[in-house]
Design a protein around this ligand. Structure first.
Ligand SMILES: Nc1nc2c(ncn2[C@@H]2O[C@H](COP(=O)(O)OP(=O)(O)OP(=O)(O)O)[C@@H](O)[C@H]2O)c(=O)[nH]1
Ligand SMILES: [Mg+2]
Length: 311
C-alpha cells in the first residue's frame, strides 16, 4: 500500500479566503514598482527616476491572515513595464508582458501620475468588464485643493470602480487601496505558500539590481542599451556566493563608457550593485562584472529570447 493519499480535507481552505491577481498597469515612471514594493513590504521590483525601468512582469505576493475588518487573503501583484509605443523589438516584448498581466488579472490597477493627468484611454480599452481601480499617484506633490477635483473628474468618466489618490512613496492611502482590491478579489484558496513573496529565481533579482545601478549611474542611451545576464551563480558552502554577470550594450563606444577610465566605472557599478545584492540575499557575495557589445540586440529576436524576453 502506498502512503495514504491526501484526503479532500488536506486541501480544504477557509471559505472566506480571497485570492487572485492584481495587475499594475500604466505609463512609464508613474510609480507602479514603488507601489508594489510598498504593498508587499520588500523591494522586489527595481525603481529609478528614469522612465521604462521595468522590462518584465514582476510578481509580488501579499498574504494576510485577516482580522475583524479584512478577510484572509493572498493578492498576487503583477508589476509591469510602462506602456509605450514600441520602437524596438524589446519594447514589443515589454508590451507582451503588459498584455499577459492584464489577461491574468482579477483586478486591474491602473496608475497615472496625478500631476500629469492624461486621459487613460489605453487603460479604459483594456478593462474588458473586470474590476478596475484608478490610482492617482504622487499626490504628495500636489496641494489637496487640486487633488479633490481631479478625483471627481476621473470618477465622472464612470470607467473605474474606484478612483483613489495615493502616494506610493509616503504610503498615503495604501490601506484604502488594499481594502478596495480585497472587496473585488474572488473567493478562493491561496496560490502560493503564505510566506512566499515572489516566484522569480534569485538570479533574476540579482540581474535586476545590477540593471538598476546602470540606470542610476549612466545617462542617455546607456541604461536603455544595457542588458544584464547572470552567467554563473554559484552557492559555495563556507564561502561567499560567486556571481558572474555580463552587461550587454549595443556598441563598443558604450562598452568604453560603461567600463570607464582604467575600469573605474565598472568598479563603482560593482560596488553599488554588490551592496544591494548582499542586502537582498542576506549574505556576502563575490560579484564579477564584464561588458560585451552586441550590435542592435534590442531588435534581434535570438538575443531577446536568450535574455528571457517574450518575443
Ligand atoms: N513624489 C513621489 N515620487 C514617487 C512616488 N511613487 C514613485 N515615485 C518616484 O517616481 C519614480 C518612478 O518610480 P517607479 O516605481 O520606478 O515607476 P514605474 O511606474 O514602475 O516606472 P516604469 O517601470 O519605468 O514604468 C521614482 O523616482 C520614484 O521614487 C510618489 O508617490 N511620490
Ligand atoms: Mg517599474
Amino acid at each position: 500500500m502506498p502512503d495514504a493519499l491526501p484526503t479532500p480535507d488536506d486541501f480544504s481552505f477557509d471559505p472566506t479566503h480571497r485570492s487572485g491577481y492584481a495587475a499594475l498597469v500604466g505609463p512609464p515612471n508613474v510609480g507602479k514598482s514603488t507601489l508594489m514594493n510598498a504593498l508587499v513590504g520588500r523591494k522586489l521590483s527595481i525603481v529609478t527616476a528614469k522612465p521604462s525601468t521595468t522590462r518584465h512582469r514582476v510578481l509580488g505576493i501579499l498574504s494576510g491572515e485577516g482580522d475583524a475588518e479584512t478577510p484572509p487573503h493572498q493578492i498576487v501583484f503583477l508589476d509591469t513595464p510602462g506602456i509605450v509605443k514600441p520602437k524596438y523589438r524589446l519594447h514589443e516584448a515589454m508590451m507582451h508582458a503588459v498584455d499577459f498581466a492584464v489577461n491574468d488579472a482579477d483586478v486591474l490597477l491602473f496608475m497615472v501620475d496625478a500631476a500629469h493627468e492624461g486621459t487613460p484611454d489605453t487603460a479604459i480599452e483594456r478593462i474588458g468588464g473586470r474590476p478596475a481601480i484608478l490610482l492617482l499617484n504622487k499626490i504628495d506633490l500636489m496641494p489637496q485643493e487640486q487633488a479633490l477635483p481631479l478625483v471627481a473628474k476621473y470618477n465622472d468618466l464612470r470607467a473605474f470602480d474606484a478612483v483613489i489618490p495615493i502616494s506610493a512613496k509616503t504610503a498615503f492611502n495604501l490601506d484604502t487601496v488594499l481594502a478596495q482590491i480585497l472587496e473585488r478579489l474572488p473567493l478562493g484558496p491561496p496560490y502560493y505558500p503564505k510566506d512566499q513573496l515572489s516566484e522569480h529565481p534569485e538570479r533574476f533579482f540579482v540581474a535586476e539590481i545590477i540593471r538598476e545601478k546602470v540606470f542610476e549611474l549612466y545617462r542617455d542611451e546607456i541604461p536603455y542599451s544595457a542588458q544584464v545576464n547572470i552567467v554563473t551563480y554559484e552557492e559555495r558552502p563556507g564561502q561567499k556566493d560567486f556571481i558572474d554577470a555580463e552587461i550587454v550594450v549595443e556598441r563598443d563606444s558604450q562598452k568604453g563608457i560603461l567600463i570607464g577610465k582604467g575600469g573605474s566605472g565598472l568598479k563603482k557599478l560593482g560596488q553599488f550593485a554588490r551592496r544591494d545584492i548582499e542586502g537582498f540575499v542576506g549574505s556576502e557575495v563575490y560579484l564579477q562584472l564584464h561588458v560585451k557589445a552586441r550590435a542592435d540586440w534590442r531588435n534581434r529576436e535570438g538575443f531577446l529570447r536568450s535574455y528571457g524576453y517574450d518575443v
